[in-house]
Every structure is written in C-alpha cells, then in structure tokens.
Design a protein around this ligand. Sequence first.
Ligand code: NAP
Length: 265
Amino acid sequence: MTIKVAIAGARGKMGVEAVHTMMKQDGMDLVAVLDYKNGAATLGGLDLFPDHYTAPIYTDFERLVAETNPDVFLDLTSPESVYEHTKQALQYNVRPVVGTTGFTEAQLEELTELANDKNLGCIIAPNFAIGAILMMKFAKEAAKYFPDVEIIEMHHDRKLDAPSGTGIKTAQMISEVRAEKQQGHPNEKETHTGARGANYDGMHIHSVRLPGLVAHQQVMFGGNGELLTIRHDSLNRESFMGGITFCVEEVMKRDTLIYGLENII
Ligand code: NAP
C-alpha cells in the first residue's frame, strides 16, 4: 500500500529535506502541502524545488483533505501553528506525524484524548534521530546511579523554543527513575538571572543558541570523583529522515497518540 502524505512546513530547513525524502521513498506519495502563504500552486512553482515536484499547495486544511485525501499529515512548522494543525488533522481523520516542538502539557493531554476518541495513530517525536533516542535511554539508565545531572542542549540560533523538546523529554525520562533531589548548594543565588538554567524537578537544563550548530545535547552526571557525559550530535538534517519515514509507516499501524520515538523503537 502506498501511504499518501501531506506536509506542512515544506519551505523550512526540515521541510525541504523531508520533501526530498518523501519524493524518493518507496511506498510513500507526497500528495499535498499545507502553507499559510499562497506562494505557488505546486511545490515545483517554488524556487526551492524542481518542476517535477507537482504536489499542490493549500492554505485551507479542509480543502486539502477533500481534494487529496492524505493518510498522514507531517508537521514541521512552528510552535505557534503545530497544535492547531495536529488537532485539525485528527478531526479530519488524518494521522499526524509531528516533528515540531513546543506543545504544552495541556495540549498533549487534549490531543491524546482526541486520538483515543478517534482510534487514530498520532506520533509526536521531539527528536527523529535514532542516536538522540539512545542518548535519552542511556541517560535514564545512568540517572538510577547518578542523581546529580545537568542537561546542556545546543541548537542553531533560529530555534524558537527553549529548552528544546529533546531537553525537556530527557528531563522527563530521567525524573521517572531519579531520586528526588534539588541540585546545587541549597543557598545558591543567581547573580545574573538564568545563570543556572531552567529547573525541571530540581535538575537544570541549559540552552545554548549559536549559528553553526544544528542539534546537539550532552547529559552530564556527577558522582564521587567521577563524571559521566552522554552526548549526541545531529550534524545535518539527514539525521532526522530515517526517523520520519519510520514514523510515517508506524503511525498507520497505531490507534493512540505516542509521544516520543523512544516508546516505539
Ligand atoms: P524553519 O526552517 O523555521 O521551518 C519552519 C517552516 O514552517 C517555515 O518555512 C515557516 O514558514 C513554516 N510555517 C510556519 N508556520 C506555518 C503554518 N502555519 N503553516 C505552514 N507552514 C508554516 O524550522 P526547521 O528548522 O525546519 O524546524 C521546524 C520545526 O521542527 C521546529 O519546531 C523545530 O524545533 C523542529 N525540529 C524537530 C526535529 C525533530 O527531530 N523532531 C529536528 C529539527 C527541528 P515562514 O518561514 O514563512 O514563517
């Protein structure tokens, strides 16, 4: 069976790579693009893509679904639009695969309920890179033995949300096994706001934003006379494409919302 895919965010850094991936992937057909600008009638009409990329561009979700009937909706847009997009996709019985980060807990709960009510698969993956998933799993394992941990996530300076979805997800996974602990000196004071980073259950997440970076994270554990550092680097956006095609296939077999690739690999 060929899986019909619609994509939002096709003009973006991730989107461009994902469009090329969908165009060459056996068993997947890129049938439509959702945009909020009316830049061209088809992908090939944009300077970014060759003429033979004929997927039509829509600004209206309902029309997109009525005219192209996609199985899967892939969102690679921005924290401002992703929640509405994902909700709409589920309401129109299209299975979302979401790489965009920036959901609130309340939004995730609502989408989980909606996917359950509809018996529809939905995969929200803060990180599509397999190595990053392993980094989080290994960090969770290490946290059983080293409760003192600091997460340092590093991204390009165009990223809108901080901490990154992967940074938060790592902290969530660690807090499932880590003995509760407020780190640092009990009387520590920030002389400059933010110096100690975001506080998640007593552990700290630091966000670095620099041109030249893609997506990197290190999880540092401290013990008695020893340090353990687990690090992952995405060097280019190709590192995310294997995870995207995996999720597009996998979401067709599911009937609930899955948050995090680590729950299915
Ligand atoms: P980007 O280059 O800024 O691309 C986002 C694209 O979405 C832009 O072309 C933007 O258009 C478009 N867009 C914004 N609102 C839209 C809407 N309502 N409808 C349709 N298109 C819309 O960002 P990126 O680096 O590709 O990343 C996209 C998202 O994926 C971010 O949330 C990022 O954190 C996340 N990400 C996830 C992973 C993962 O593994 N899960 C990996 C990397 C990045 P304009 O520029 O015209 O506004």
